[in-house]
Structures are given as C-alpha cells and as structure tokens.
Design a protein around this ligand. Structure first.
Ligand code: K1U
Ligand code: ZN
Length: 173
C-alpha cells in the first residue's frame, strides 16, 4: 500500500469534476487500498479521489469511532436528501487546520457500487451523512470553504498559500 499526496487548497485541480469509474478492476482495488491507507494515516474520516488527483467518482469513508467500518462508494449518487438541514463543523484534509460550520441535510440515501462492482444503498445520518455530502462535493470540484463568506474564504486562501511557501522554503534549506 502506498500513501498518496493530498492536494491542498487552493490547488486548481481540486475544482475538477470527476468522471464515472468505468470498471471496478485491479487498478481501482489498488487505488481504494491506497486511499484508505492515506486517509487513516492523515486521521481523516473520508477521502475523495479528487483529493489525490484522480478525477474519477470514488470515495472512501470511515466515520466510526473505532475506525473499523470502512465504506467504499464508487460512482455514488444521492437519491434522497432530507429537507431538514443542520449546521455542523467540518474539516478537510485538503484545507489543514481549518474548521467551520456548514449547513447540510441531516440524512441522505446514496446508491453506489462496492469494491465487488455490486450496487448497494447506504442510508446515513449524523457525521456519516455530513461526511458523504462533503466527499460528494469534492467529486463535483467543490471544497467546503466555498460555503463560507468570500471574506473568510480569502483569508483561508492567503493562509494556505503562505503556509505552502513557508514549507517549500524550509524544504529548500
Ligand atoms: O474530505 C476530507 O478531506 C476528509 C474530512 C471529512 C470530513 C470531516 C468532518 C466533516 C465533514 C467531512 C476529514 O476527515 S477532516 C479531519 C477529521 O478527521 C474530522 C474533522 C472534523 C470532525 C470530524 C473529523
Ligand atoms: Zn475534504
């Protein structure tokens, strides 16, 4: 298994719209294993293929407390979202150190293929529902900071650019 580099906001590649996975083959099996390794290593609860610069509709999630309930969503589609919404704090491995409130549906129903290429339906609420909606946005090229005010978003962008410049300067020493 390999740890994959995660794209950091405001990398323009994070705004790429993902294409459907054509076949659940060995390449996808390896990518899923690498994405889980990368997500667990970064202490995340989800990761979209977009974040590792693969622009195909694929998400891995483990929102369980014991980190023992891996969920693979290939070509996911939200077939139902509750009209009731709730604001909760979100983070993103592509925007490290930033947490802010976003309004999302309280519950969602999603259909997707699993790692065997079989269709399955996931009904989610709470943190899992929030995470699924956050990851589905990544596949559409949307990062959660785009729900924040332009002022907050620009501050975050500046902070990320400065942090990147500092890291590159330090690595060059
Ligand atoms: O997409 C990502 O970058 C992963 C992201 C998923 C996510 C977390 C929280 C709300 C919505 C989506 C993360 O895993 S961020 C880091 C994290 O582990 C975390 C942050 C806040 C609450 C719970 C977990
Ligand atoms: Zn994210």
């Amino acid at each position: 298994m390999a740890l994959l580099p995660i794209l950091c906001y405001p990398d323009p590649r994070l705004h790429t719209v993902a294409k459907p996975v054509a076949a659940v083959d060995d390449r996808i099996q390896t990518l899923v294993a690498d994405m889980f390794a990368t997500m667990y290593d970064a202490n995340g609860i989800g990761l979209a293929a977009t974040q590792v610069n693969v622009h195909e509709r694929l998400i891995v999630i483990d929102a369980s407390e014991d980190r023992d309930q891996p969920l693979v969503l290939i070509n996911p589609e939200v077939v139902w979202a509750s009209p009731e919404t709730q604001v909760s704090d979100e983070g993103c491995l592509s925007v490290p150190g930033i947490y802010d409130g976003v309004a999302r549906s309280v519950a969602v129903r999603v259909t997707a293929l699993n790692l065997d290429g079989q269709p399955h339906t996931v009904e989610a609420e709470g943190l899992l529902a929030v995470c699924i909606q956050h990851e589905m946005d990544h596949l559409l090229g949307k990062v959660f900071v785009e729900y924040l005010s332009p002022l907050k978003r620009n501050r975050i962008k500046t902070k990320m650019v400065k942090a990147r410049q500092l890291a590159e300067r330090e690595a060059g020493r």
